[in-house]
Design a protein around this ligand. Structure first.
Ligand SMILES: Nc1ncnc2c1ncn2[C@@H]1O[C@H](COP(=O)(O)OP(=O)(O)OP(=O)(O)O)[C@@H](O)[C@H]1O
Ligand SMILES: [Mg+2]
Length: 353
């Protein structure tokens, strides 16, 4: 009555046993528990225990005609939020307001903590994967250099087979390339996180950029045994940041090589009105529908790190760069049949002719 008088619309349930209270807490969502101090088969302290058992963080307010000071103190110590005397309910509304507000603050704090924990865990996992990714080329590099050195020290320098030494240096250099790529990848991420990704837009030919990136990835293409077919329209020219756009092309192409199962990869560059479109299509392992949104997030991968190396950052970086250009990226994919990534970029001013 008191609450209705104050204009509250109430849903309430009266319970007077442990079982009934447990069921009520489970079946519905409540804002506050008001408890009498002693009832024939139940009492406030038992009700408070029942609430604690449910793990719900609800304000618990005792309203009683008989409560003595000692019991009141004991109840507050046990976790009750307030107590009121029947017939003197003026404090009821402010108490409910205050306690529900505080419960809300506690809930929000808990949710923030949980989110932080998830982030920290993701970061820990990322660090361990990143260390592993960095360690692999370092180990190979070390082995190649050490065995080259052994070769040089073991005999007369003039007898060292030069081709063996050369092949060791080639492998060593490849590891340095891999390390450089990894470190650049990490630097991009750090810059994006700090909001320091700098853009210098200049007239850029997308088709030519694709060609130069394919040439740069020549060794990786050969190793993946994928045929790369390019259909590029001429003159798809826009005002874009060349360096970050190279990253976009490289990330999509290295994914297609990695997940493409040695089948042909098609790259298309086309223009429609004021939009440039870059399409990278592979016929590899594909991505399940419920993974397709997740893979664009940081650290998120749809494959296990045992089978495929990688940090789970390529698509996230790609999306950030594309969006910073005012564009968008999407994927269409069928598991086992392949994936198609489509990037759309506005041409930007001064090139719309
Ligand atoms: N072409 C593709 N075919 C199938 N799955 C893909 C393809 N491209 C991306 N994925 C999935 O999306 C995930 C995220 O891709 P992303 O490029 O962000 O990370 P990564 O390649 O695992 O690591 P990184 O690029 O940081 O080295 C991949 O781990 C993979 O599960
Ligand atoms: Mg990748």
């Amino acid at each position: 009555m008191e609450l209705r008088k104050a204009g509250y619309e109430l849903t309430h349930k009266r319970v007077d046993t442990y079982e009934a209270m447990t069921a009520a807490l489970q079946d519905d969502e409540w804002d506050v528990v008001l408890a009498d101090f002693s009832m024939p088969r139940f009492n406030a302290m038992a009700a408070l225990e029942t609430l604690k058992e449910s793990k719900l963080d609800l304000p618990f307010i005792i309203i009683s005609g008989t409560i003595g000071e000692e019991f009141a103190v004991e109840a507050l110590k046990a976790g009750a939020h307030d107590f009121l005397i029947k017939g003197r309910l003026a404090r009821l509304l402010p108490a409910i307001d205050r306690e529900t507000r505080e419960a809300k603050v506690r809930r929000e704090r808990r949710e923030t903590m949980e989110k932080l924990l998830v982030t920290v865990r993701a970061r820990d996992e990322f660090l361990s994967i990143a260390s592993h990714e960095l360690k692999t080329p370092i180990t190979t590099l070390e082995l190649q250099l050490a065995s080259g050195l052994r070769l040089l020290r073991a005999r007369d320098v003039t007898e060292v087979p030069l081709e063996r030494l050369e092949s060791k240096l080639v492998v060593a250099l490849r590891q340095v390339d891999r390390l450089t790529a990894l470190v650049n990848h990490l630097l991009d991420v750090t810059k994006i996180n700090a909001g320091q990704l700098t853009f210098s837009r200049a007239t850029t030919d997308l088709g030519k950029l694709v060609d130069s990136q394919i040439a740069r990835l020549d060794v990786a293409v050969k190793r993946a045994r994928c045929e790369v077919i390019v259909h590029a329209c001429h003159q798809v020219i826009g005002m874009w940041d060349r360096r970050t756009l190279e990253t976009v092309i490289t990330n999509l192409l290295t994914n297609a090589l990695k997940f493409g199962e040695a089948k042909p990869i098609e790259i298309r560059v086309e223009r429609e009105g004021e939009l440039a479109r870059l399409i990278v299509k592979d016929q590899g392992i594909g991505i399940a529908p419920d993974e397709q949104a997740r893979i664009f997030q940081r650290f998120e991968r749809a494959v296990s790190s045992q089978h495929y190396g990688g940090l789970g950052l390529g698509l996230w970086v790609t999306k950030q760069v594309v969006e910073a250009h005012g564009g968008n990226i999407r994927v269409e994919s069928v598991v086992g049949a392949g994936s198609t990534f489509t990037v759309e970029l506005p041409l930007g001013e001064t090139t719309s002719s």
